[in-house]
Design a protein around this ligand. Structure first.
Ligand code: F6R
Length: 591
């Protein structure tokens, strides 16, 4: 999604902004722009597509500027629509993250006042509203605040002011954070963007404006028109690893890291978990929530809470909360999962739940993110930076954490730790040349096919859904994950000669059903692939079989790894952009 970066200091702003925007690339974008102040004017460069490796420095040398990566929502992917956007008199530029939900209404009003629009983007109404305020005699800051107050939706905006040589930014929804290093000030949507320069951060909350000038920043509450004295703090967890190392892509690096990340995600002590466990023990109902891959993690954790801890648990998709709100009661517990901690759907749901006085626990991977700040308690997934847009290691970190929590409720914290360490060493042994070669050859078999089905049941139902999502995202092939039980009720109509069907099979009470479902599709000509425990590798129903590490109660985690690898190898064969798949954003900060 869109990214904002700003800089005021001693160094070359354009090259610092370029570096910052490069760090924001992983969020997903389709065009970019940089504006700096030089020789008494604002100079802007913009383009569609990806940022070049270098930008022409000389022309753009300056100590103050802003940058933006755009993920198109309103208006096509064009240079004109790319941010920042100039005011008519060129005295300021504005870039925005978010969506102005009432922009048509505002645009109509401005047009009736004689304003004309050159772009298709909603941002332009913010520019014109600010111009209108300035025309009426307001200062830039006041005009920006007044413009901002007219906007509906979650928006974060940044303005570069030529006359006062300042940057102003207002946050509502989309994330915003300051980095401070002596008299240099950085502003970004995500602390990863300036982590290479400083780890001293200042959080900006919703409804706050930050005014930045050389060596100084001031924060104001825009509703109460009050100055806020907020000190910087050192964010230790900002140690991020943004190198591919020996790997061709971040995705494969992150897949292989899982043997370690599942342990880091669960290195909490019983004492650290205690406040959450006590709430869960007392709760009448527990809700887990997330979107996309984090939504499937929420489903899997709900499964563990029901099956292991016997808790009455519902899993809710962040964007489908409506029917649950009225049944939530004080004392219920919500566990919200999110890699970024900035997903608009999840934040909005949590904000609504808070009004119900339920206890909110979040599990996030990005330090300092919004969800961690609005929850009663938060836990870090500690997976390290996940750069590939498709989530892999954070998913397994989230569900490993959920498993530890579920076991702790029944007093089996130590057993859970033991199981997790067995899983970790099993995974270490899984990433062998031989296994990777076998999975690569299965991926090759799938290259010419278009539609695929994945069957799972019980502990593997949500793994089937997550496996399908992973493959869709990177290979752009149509994979669907189903409950094996659903097959006879409709899905089987889609099976024809050669249709690939992947069955996830574990040594549990569902294995017989999986075998008979696989026979049924095989009888109709499907190409059958099994993923699961070794004891099933010779079952006649499977044309191919991928044996996973047998991990007792944690089989579901072992079973998702082959899907991540199939996704990777399939996309590689197809020549797709693996780490930045089309149309997808890493941090989905708009609804
Ligand atoms: C899929 C993926 C997305 C995210 C979803 C929620 O690989 O990454 O489906 O899981 O957009 O994002 P977070 O976890 O940041 O809330």
């Amino acid at each position: 999604m869109c990214g904002i970066f700003g800089y005021i200091g001693q160094s070359d702003a354009s090259s610092i902004i370029h570096k910052g925007l490069k760090r924001l690339e992983y969020r997903g974008y389709d065009s970019w722009g940089i504006s700096i102040i030089k020789d008494g004017e604002i100079k802007t460069i913009k383009d569609i597509g990806h940022l070049p490796e270098k930008i022409k420095k000389k022309e753009l040398f300056s100590n103050i500027g802003i940058g933006h990566t755009r993920w198109a929502t309103h208006g096509g992917i064009t240079v004109t629509n790319a941010h920042p956007h100039f005011s008519k008199d060129k005295s300021f530029v504005i870039a925005q993250n978010g969506i102005v939900e009432n922009y048509l209404l505002l645009k109509g009003r401005l047009e009736s006042k004689g304003y004309t629009f050159e772009t298709e983007v909603d941002t332009e109404v913010i520019v014109k509203l600010a111009e209108d305020g300035i025309k009426k005699g307001q200062g830039v800051k006041e005009a920006l605040i007044n413009a901002f107050k007219k906007l509906d939706g979650r928006n974060t905006i940044v303005l570069l002011d030529l006359k006062n040589q300042k940057i102003y930014s207002i946050r509502n929804g989309s994330p915003l954070i300051l980095g401070v290093k002596d008299d240099e000030i950085f502003l970004a949507s995500d602390p990863l963007a300036f982590n290479q320069f400083t780890k001293d951060i200042v959080e900006i909350n919703n409804g706050e404006l930050v005014e930045i000038e050389k060596g100084n920043f001031k924060i104001y509450d825009i509703e109460r028109c009050k100055y806020i004295d907020r000190k910087k703090r050192r964010e230790k967890l900002l140690n991020i690893d943004v190198d591919k190392g020996k790997y061709d892509h971040f995705m494969i690096k992150e897949i292989v890291q899982q043997q370690h990340t599942i342990l880091r995600a669960t290195e909490y002590t019983e004492k650290e978990l205690a406040p959450l466990i006590e709430r869960l023990e007392k709760a009448r109902t527990v809700y887990t929530i997330g979107a996309g891959t984090s939504g499937f993690a929420a489903d899997q954790i709900a499964y563990y809470l029901r099956k292991i801890s016997l808790k009455n648990t519902f899993s809710i998709k962040s964007y489908e909360t409506e029917s649950y709100l009225d049944i939530m009661k004080k004392g219920d517990v919500v566990i919200a999962l999110s890699q970024s901690g900035e997903t608009a759907d999840t934040i909005e749901a949590v904000e609504m739940f808070k009004e119900k006085e339920v206890y909110i626990a979040t599990v996030i991977n990005m330090p300092g993110s919004t969800l961690s700040r609005i929850s009663d308690i938060f836990f870090m997934s500690k997976a390290g930076s996940e750069i590939c847009v498709a989530s892999t290691k954070v998913f397994t970190s989230q569900i490993s954490f959920g498993y530890l929590v579920a076991k702790s409720i029944i007093g089996e914290f130590n057993t859970a730790k033991k199981e997790l360490s067995i899983l970790s060493s099993n995974l270490e042994n899984f990433f062998t040349e031989r296994n990777l070669k076998d999975i690569k050859s299965i991926a090759k078999l799938l290259i010419k096919k278009e539609h695929f089905f994945i069957l799972g049941k019980g502990q593997n139902f949500h793994i089937a859904q997550e496996g399908a999502l992973k493959i869709k995202e990177i290979s752009y092939k149509h994979f669907e994950g189903f409950a094996a039980g659903e097959l006879k009720h409709g899905v089987i109509a889609l099976i024809e000669k050669g249709t690939p069907v992947v069955s996830i099979i574990s040594k549990d009470s569902n294995s017989k059903d999986l075998i008979s479902s696989t026979f049924e599709v095989k009888a109709r000509g499907a190409l059958t692939i099994g993923i699961g425990d070794k004891i099933f590798e010779d079952e006649k129903c499977f044309d191919h079989f991928i044996t996973v590490a047998d991990s007792n109660e944690l089989k579901a985690i072992s079973n998702v790894i082959p899907f991540q690898l199939i996704s990777y190898y399939l996309a590689k064969e197809l020549g797709n952009n693996i780490d930045k798949p089309r149309n997808l954003a890493k941090s989905v900060t708009v609804k």
